[in-house]
Ligand binder design. Structure first.
Ligand SMILES: Nc1ncnc2c1ncn2[C@@H]1O[C@H](COP(=O)(O)OP(=O)(O)OP(=O)(O)O)[C@@H](O)[C@H]1O
Ligand SMILES: [Mg+2]
Length: 195
């Protein structure tokens, strides 16, 4: 599975529109495609006509709280032929609060997606207009990041800011490898996250 995050800390630059377009495009080409909504605004979920009332979302899939963890099969929704969705809603804000400061905070999504990597050819992650710990989860899970932009004068400055923040994430990736080794030493086999 190839995983691509769509990100820009600026709002309204067509992140969600890009995620939908790429998702449908890949599915029409015959690729098994998973869209992941990683924005507490739930725009991708809403655009696709999904109501998250009384159903688990990406928050439960991340498995942050023992009491409300959900399996992938209980969260995923079929949208079209070869196109599935992991929905999100405002409950994802809670994940930001719970994860901030946690040692494995950045790799919850990567661990969840690792478990289903053979089910799909592509995974497209729509993120929120922020660089919260949740968006960093998208960076840690993805091999590629697409940054939609509006071609305007202020863009050059914002691009530098984004690049700076992204470099911080690169150092997080190194931390992720260290964390993996830490887990390998400290955690009994059955409790090790799968990443
Ligand atoms: N190529 C385009 N040209 C003009 N308008 C567009 C284009 N793509 C998207 N839009 C419009 O821009 C608005 C914002 O798009 P979208 O919701 O995809 O942005 P976003 O980056 O996901 O926003 P947010 O940061 O709030 O998540 C929408 O009204 C959408 O219809
Ligand atoms: Mg959006």
């Amino acid at each position: 599975m190839k995983t691509i995050a769509i990100a820009n800390q600026k709002g309204g630059v067509a992140k969600t529109t890009t995620a939908i377009a790429i998702g449908y495009g890949l599915a029409l080409k015959g690729y098994r495609t998973l869209l992941v909504d990683l924005d507490p605004q739930g725009s991708l979920t809403g655009f696709l006509g999904i109501d998250t009332m009384s159903r688990p979302t990406v928050f439960e899939l991340l498995g942050i709280q023992r009491k409300n963890r959900a399996e992938f099969k209980d969260v995923v929704i079929s949208i079209a032929d070869k196109l599935d969705l992991i929905p999100a809603d405002i409950s994802l804000e809670e994940a930001v609060k719970l994860l901030t400061g946690e040692p494995t905070a950045a790799v919850c999504l990567a661990a969840a997606l690792r478990r289903i990597k053979d089910k799909y050819d592509y995974c497209i992650i729509d993120t929120s207009p922020s660089l919260s710990v949740i968006t960093v989860n998208a960076f840690a899970a993805a091999e590629r990041v697409i940054v939609p932009i509006k071609p305007e004068e202020a863009f050059a400055q914002r691009r530098r800011a984004f690049a700076r923040n992204y470099r911080e994430y690169e150092s997080l990736k190194r931390r992720r490898r260290r964390l993996s080794r830490y887990y390998a030493r400290q955690t009994p086999q059955k409790h090790r996250p799968n990443y």
